[in-house]
Ligand binder design. Structure first.
Ligand SMILES: [Zn+2]
Length: 254
């Protein structure tokens, strides 16, 4: 399901689900993924006034691995505090091992106590940030930052002509064939997923986290993954590398 779609096959005219409530359920819309041939229609979420786009007809489903097919990626913006969100803070927090991040949370809660105005928290997990990024076009903003400055995926690939540097979420697939290297504790991904133009090298410190992620990739060989990293040039052309300190930096998209 998707929070936005396009009125035309060329994907020039965007429409948000919230604006499409009055549309007929027979009206055809197109998937945000330009390679996807799904026919989308407006639907209401049961028991709420929220709407979303769904590939209602079996004959016109999302293509395999279309990131807009999953209902797990649904983002409910009303549940979170957009103003309090800082992309870099959120990404840096994912780098911390769990114990440190819990400590930060406790300190934050103490600091925010009694400010009562709004109890909503900003998005913080990798899945939440990813769902938010997928809920609107890449030129839209969230908390004052453009989506394309947060995520490299097929939609924002045009913007990453020189590579991918700094804190970014990358939507990727595993490198075909040889995708890990036990000796150096490295895992290799390709992104953007359609062209696979860039290689992303995940450098693990800890044997345990390395083993866990490697197993996860083996179990989900054909699935897309999301990785939060602080990327810099690796030794080879079009290769980018980031340290992976925590398993919260790598998730499979189901
Ligand atoms: Zn699709």
């Amino acid at each position: 399901m998707s929070a936005y779609a396009y009125r035309d096959r060329n994907r020039t005219e965007v429409i948000y689900a919230s604006e499409a409530m009055t549309e007929n359920i027979d009206t055809l819309f197109f998937c945000p993924n330009k390679d996807c041939t799904a026919h989308l229609h407006i639907c209401a979420v049961d028991g709420s006034r929220k709407a979303y786009f769904r590939a209602t007809y079996k004959q016109f489903p999302h293509i395999d691995n279309c990131p807009f097919a999953s209902s797990a990626n649904h983002f409910d913006s009303d549940k979170f505090n957009e103003e309090l969100f800082s992309f870099d803070d959120a990404i840096n927090n994912l780098f911390l091992v769990k114990k440190e991040s819990e400590r930060n949370k406790i300190q934050r809660n103490i600091g925010e106590h009694n400010n009562g105005e709004n109890n909503k928290q900003p998005i913080k997990t990798l899945r939440q940030i990813y769902s938010m990024c997928k809920s609107r076009p890449v030129t839209d903003m969230y908390a004052g930052k453009k989506i394309r400055d947060m995520i490299l995926d097929d939609r924002s690939a045009y913007y990453y002509t020189k590579g991918c540097f700094g804190n970014k979420i990358v939507e990727a697939r595993r490198q075909a064939g040889h995708f890990f290297e036990d000796e150096s504790k490295r895992v290799f991904f390709k992104a953007p997923t359609e062209s696979g133009k860039y290689t992303f090298v995940l450098q693990f410190d800890e044997e345990k986290i390395y083993g866990k992620i490697k197993t996860e990739i083996k179990k989900n060989r054909d699935k897309l993954f999301i990785v939060a990293g602080k990327w810099e040039s690796a030794e080879k052309y079009n290769h980018f590398i980031s340290n992976i300190y925590s398993d919260r930096q790598v998730k499979v998209i189901r």
